[in-house]
Ligand binder design. Sequence first.
Ligand code: ZN
Length: 387
Amino acid sequence: MLNLHVVEARFGDCFVLEYGSGASPRYLLIDGGPGEVYGPYLKPLLEAIKSRGGALDAAVVSHVDDDHIHGLLDLLTDLQWQRVREKPEVIAIGELWHNTFSETVGSDVQRQFSQFLDRTGPMRALLGQSSLMSRDIAQGDELTRAARTLGVPVNSRFGQPSTITVDRLPRPIVLENLRLHIIGPSQASLEALRTEWLAWLAAQEEQVPAEPVEGVARALRRADASVPNLSSIMFLAQADGHSVLFTGDGRSDHILQGLTQAKLLDADGKCHVDVLKLPHHGSKYNTSPELFQRVTADRYLISASGKHGHPHKDTLRWIVEAAHEEGRQVEILATNWTSSLHGLLESHDPQTYGYQLTVMPEDAHDTVLKLTPENAPSCPFRLCRHG
Ligand SMILES: [Zn+2]
């Protein structure tokens, strides 16, 4: 069995993958969305899973951005509260998988970065929105601490150093019938990111006193967007002949590199999946026509609300045009209506281009994509003809 529960995660990501057998389903949580997602949307789904006797084999944090990590932190806070008061717990979590900022980009970058912020003095307040400054990284550290308090092992199956990268995990992680092929981040992309950051910080040594405050703030915002995003854990989940590609907030060239490194591309340098979760909520800076020509899917999943212009109209156009060129019928599944989706319907007629657009109903907490037929192929009570 392979089902994907898509949680209404506003402008972030939150998914629950269901695998195992119909009689004994297993679950993996991928990201927890931003604030206001756990209470109204994720918690009811986890409670429903628990009421059926389910638990989370693992919770995965793709990267330490608020729109991915906040809901997970809310879940662990809830669990801590329930543990202290000896109340029934929302759900059991087997493991936490998470790349810390200092492990991925390097503690020297983190140290130099805080020294840089110390030097900026009064500008610090202006940079309060910078996730690199503290908030998201602190949330990442807080998440690790909360997991340890609850006795949830963090990356324990990966050995030391425990960073999750395509280089360190060349073989798939096996959970029952589920195979997880890590495709990102790679050591090379993390190293490039680290070098870029050290160079940027070195340049600031000279510039900080002279550069206008807004210039530095702008550069930081740009770095904010790139550093955690580009260290996103990305993986291909496969079970019973079906697959979902999770891309976090990664970038198209890194996705293609990772798929190549994990030997998941065919002789033409292509691969096909059932569901492609669009990177970075469908930002045009994280996708490309080449991505959609080489990684094809039956369904393109977009978790976005229109915030930051996500999904971008060019991304939507590239998906539809790549599929149309090959005569593939595809479905675009979005968690919320956005102006770019309305625009796509106007510029690219679904009938002519051969695509279907499905948007989650406004009052839905989540929706489930059933990738395997009911009771097949792992139903223990009847002979299955598949696999
Ligand atoms: Zn995001």
